[in-house]
Design a protein around this ligand. Structure first.
Ligand code: ADP
Length: 743
């Protein structure tokens, strides 16, 4: 603002100087012109006076001579001569005055000439005049003299006339010059006055603005002072070059020091910083001052007057000069002790919650282990009893059937709960493997067709559209979804059909595998569409009473489908049936072309192709007697010989003395667990350069991470408990090979 004012002021002063200069110049020039004309007028007056003197002197000469002629008094003659000389002088003067005026000079020459003649004539008359002379001569002389006089006076009049004219011109010129002079003066005075007026207005406005700015500055300062006074924050303003720091009242007030606002030094505050924070703060400040850090914000402890420490958040802004040197630093300190306290409390609570969560997970894992272990035995025994019913009566057979179905329900429930807790905690990992979808569908058909058949409903699974389609994903989990949707369709349909159709279709621009599960069952009220996908929710309580179930199948399936990038959608009408559609995006899908019409292409060898091996024994490592019974029974059925070890240590000892086709290794055991035993065994194998023995881990720890741990220590595969007999047999056959006797 000041610079602008200064610039305007300079421009204005220059303008004023220019105006005044011009005015002065015009005045001086005008004055000079008038003076010049004035001297011309004086000159003309001189000429006129001299010319008028000539006329008078001529008359005087004549009168003096007449006096002499009459009186003969020499005094008249002297007068005459003086007047004659005077005329000559005047004529010389006039010649001098009119030398620049050619016409007047010519007239003067003429005048001089006539005057000379006149003088000569008068001289002659004076010498020759006598009273006695004839009157005629006297008259002739008189006439001649009068003639000459008249000529002189005429020439003189002509000179005077010209000079009067010239005088007239000069006077007019003077008048014009004078009026110009006054006009210029008037304009000049007006312009200057106007300029002064404008300048005054400008100064007035500038002054007004300045006062306004000063007033608002004062307001701002007052507001700032009020804010500094009123805020709970402590303000500091550090003049870095001088080393002076302004501290607001609250700055030390928050530390219990009520000395009020004052100007001090940085050390006033630094001396109160906690020794543990001091080095960090100094380091940080140095980095900020050298512009390594762009924002200044720090948290540290400062000592309260009472001796305790309070947490302070310091935020500041530096002002740097052109060379990047700090000149000033202004900032605020906020007491954040209460924030820190709640932060610490929250962290403790979070830790406690995490610990509780971990405890919940551990409890879940432990409980599942505890439940699964006896359940494996119960379900195994139920299966065994189911195959050995010859000596049992109907009641006993029914009891065994109930035992079998109850253990199956319990197994499913535990598996569902575990799955769900895995999904909820984000611990469920999906596999990525390539498989042909029709193989999967065939598995499902063989599992489900019997159930549909038992209920007397038609069961159709049409997958011609996707025959030999290769899918990349988690086969087990996809099978789980499909089995769940098919078993629901069969469960809730008492008559009619369950029709499943698989096809490829684009959805949201992505190539997807779609499977429609349509049934003619009880249907679902659309108001319950969302609810049935919530955990433990069933469409209505009468349904759960009649059909059983836990309400976990659909939420698990939907979650799994969504984890795979797909979803499950539903269409249904009460009493008319339901259609659930599962869609999953296809990754790197390819559909093999039929080699020959009507014939299937050759498939890859699947995992369960069995190879024959030498007759080696199998080692069961298991501390729980119930499981030992079940495993022994299955191995007996398969025709294997086996040894039993109760701890990991025992297993190692037995392995030292024998060569086993397969080791079935439990994980949780006293003395030495399965993981440690496996790791040790692998080490010894390497050391002794012994052939690698396949080890199959069997754990009730079905949570994520168990599987990885098993593979990490060197196991070949892993089976979660409760062990499904068919899976168990398949794994044993895979690793130990089929017994020739049982093949
Ligand atoms: P569950 O079958 O164990 O009860 P789900 O989560 O699989 O649990 O199903 C939840 C509920 O959705 C079922 O109890 C039933 O009310 C309804 N439901 C699922 N599928 C069907 C179907 N195909 N027809 C009719 N109702 C169904």
């Amino acid at each position: 603002m000041d610079r602008l004012l200064f610039r305007n002021y300079t421009v204005f002063v220059c303008m004023l100087a220019l105006c005044t200069g011009t005015l002065l110049y015009v005045l001086i020039a005008g004055d000079r012109a008038i003076a010049r004309i004035d001297s011309q007028v004086t000159h003309t007056y001189d000429v006129i006076n001299n010319a008028q003197a000539v006329s008078a002197l001529i008359e005087g000469m004549l009168a003096a001579q007449r006096g002499y002629l009459i009186t003969r008094d020499e005094e008249f003659m002297d007068k005459y001569r003086r007047r004659r000389d005077r005329v000559s002088e005047v004529i010389v003067n006039l010649s001098e005055l009119t030398k620049d005026n050619t016409s007047q000079a010519t007239r003067l020459d003429e005048l001089r000439h006539h005057f000379n003649a006149f003088s000569v004539k008068l001289e002659q008359r004076a010498q020759t005049f006598t009273i006695t002379r004839s009157a005629k001569i006297i008259m002739d002389d008189m006439e001649e003299i009068d003639g000459l006089k008249e000529t002189i006076l005429r020439v003189n009049s002509a000179i005077l006339r010209d000079e009067y004219k010239l005088l007239d011109v000069h006077i007019r010129k003077i008048e014009v010059q004078k009026s110009n002079y006054f006009i210029t003066l008037l304009i000049g005075i007006c312009t200057t006055a106007l300029a002064l007026l404008i300048f005054n207005i400008f100064l007035f406005n500038a002054q007004k603005k300045r006062s306004h700015i000063e007033a608002s500055l004062k307001d701002t300062e007052e507001r700032f002072a009020l804010a500094v006074e009123g805020t709970q924050d402590g303000i500091f303003d550090w003049n870095v070059p001088s080393g002076e720091v302004f501290y607001s009242k609250q700055f030390f007030g928050m530390l219990g020091d009520n000395r009020g606002a004052f100007i001090g030094t940085p050390s006033d505050a630094q001396s109160l910083i906690h020794p543990e924070d001091s080095a960090r703060i100094t380091d940080y400040l140095e980095k900020y001052l050298s512009k390594e850090i762009s924002d200044y914000s720090q948290e540290f402890r400062m000592k309260h007057k009472d001796g305790h420490w309070i947490w302070v958040q310091s935020r500041a802004k530096g002002i740097f000069d052109g060379q990047g040197r700090i000149t000033r630093m202004v900032g605020a300190h906020t007491d954040i002790s209460h924030l820190k306290e709640s932060q610490t409390r929250l962290e403790a609570e979070k830790k406690a919650a995490e610990e509780a969560n971990q405890a919940k997970r551990d409890f879940l894992a432990h409980m599942s282990h505890e439940i699964r272990t006896p359940l494996t035995a119960i379900s195994g025994i139920a299966e065994i009893l189911g195959t050995k019913q010859e000596n049992l009566d109907d009641k006993q057979k029914k009891l065994i059937r109930t035992l079998h179905s109850s253990t199956t329900v319990l197994k499913d429930l535990i598996n569902d709960i575990l799955d769900f807790s895995k999904i909820e905690s984000g611990e469920l990992d999906l596999e990525e493997e390539c498989f042909e979808v029709d193989l999967l569908f065939e598995e499902v058909i063989s599992m489900m067709a019997v159930r549909a058949n038992q209920k007397g409903i038609s069961f159709v699974f049409d997958y011609t559209d996707v025959k030999h389609l290769t899918f990349e994903g988690d086969k087990i989990r996809i099978r789980q979804i499909i089995v769940n949707l098919v078993s629901n369709a069969i469960k809730f349909t008492d008559e009619g059909s369950v029709a499943i159709k698989a096809y490829r279709q684009e959805r949201d621009g992505a190539d997807c595998l779609h499977i429609d599960f349509a049934d003619t069952g009880i249907g679902i009220d659309p108001v319950n569409f969302d609810m049935i996908f919530e955990r433990f929710k069933q469409a209505d309580s009468s349904v759960s009473r009649k059909y059983g179930g836990t309400g976990l199948g659909l939420p698990i399936s939907k979650n799994l489908a969504q984890m795979m990038g797909g979803d499950i959608i539903i269409q249904s009408e009460i009493g008319k049936g339901s259609t659930f559609t599962l869609y999953l995006p296809l990754k790197g899908a390819s559909q093999a072309k039929e080699e020959k019409a009507g014939t299937k292409p050759a498939r890859k060898k699947s995992k369960n192709v069995i190879s024959l091996r030498d007759d080696k024994k199998i080692l069961i490592v298991e501390d729980y007697e119930g499981n030992v019974v079940v495993f022994s029974h299955v191995l007996d059925e398969l025709g294997y010989e086996y040894d039993i070890a109760r701890t990991g240590k025992e297993a190692l000892d037995m392995w030292e003395d024998n060569t086993y086709a397969l080791i079935l290794m439990d994980i949780q055991m006293p003395e030495m667990d399965g993981l440690a035993a496996t790791a040790e065994l692998r080490k010894r194998e390497k050391k002794k350069k012994r052939e690698r023995t396949p080890i199959l881990g069997m754990t009730a720890h079905a949570l994520v991470g168990d599987r990885d741990k098993c593979f990490e220590v060197g196991m070949d595969d892993y089976m979660p408990k409760p062990i499904v007999e068919t899976d168990f047999k398949r794994q044993v056959l895979k690793y130990a090979g089929a017994r020739k006797a049982a093949a």
